[in-house]
Design a protein around this ligand. Sequence first.
Ligand SMILES: Cc1cc2nc3c(=O)[nH]c(=O)nc-3n(C[C@H](O)[C@H](O)[C@H](O)COP(=O)(O)O)c2cc1C
Length: 205
Amino acid sequence: MAPKVYIVIYSLYHHIYTLAQEVQKGLVASGIDAKIFQVPETLSEEILTKMHAPPKPDVPVITVENLSEADGFLFGIPTRFGTMPAQIKSFLDSTGGLWASGGLAGKFAGTFFSTASQHGGQETTAFTTITYFAHHGMIYVPLGFANPHLFDNSEVIGGSAYGAGTVANGDGSRQVSQKEKEIAQTQGENFGKVVVTYAKGKASA
Ligand SMILES: Cc1cc2nc3c(=O)[nH]c(=O)nc-3n(C[C@H](O)[C@H](O)[C@H](O)COP(=O)(O)O)c2cc1C
């Protein structure tokens, strides 16, 4: 059976969802059974309408129980004030039972991002997420500079050593670029290779 990675996202305007689909392609290329989930919404329909939110991505809502099923997780995070949105924090805060049982210890974790601005805090979002992985005893897998587009300064390109990323503009008008999609695929592929290698080692131990 192929190792499982769950891509867990929150995506109000679908930039993170677009990246997630590219991350999924990379994971599948590495032989992973990869599924996209979204965290539960915490905002009311009234607020979502006022925020001009389109319909939600067509992916299932994750439960805490689902987390036990996977070997690793890639979290897709649209930055809020330089850190994760309340929706993702609220979901992660509900994993206390798994923390108490060590249920996520030894599972792999990584992150990817979307910000309005190039300077909007993709890296601070990564840092402030890592505390959850550390407390759970999860194994954090960064992207590094695994894709050459991360050295390209000729145009706006989201992402960093901490994970793929996109830059959406304040009004959400900028769409995920081809280079950002390729970086996201690389992240999925590399993360997948780590999980597959570990699973093979466990099987032969
Ligand atoms: C309350 C709020 C706070 C935000 N804070 C930031 C921020 O600190 N830096 C930034 O660049 N963008 C910020 N944004 C913009 C979001 O990061 C952007 O809408 C999101 O990345 C788009 O991803 P999505 O299309 O997947 O929802 C903020 C948006 C909202 C609604």
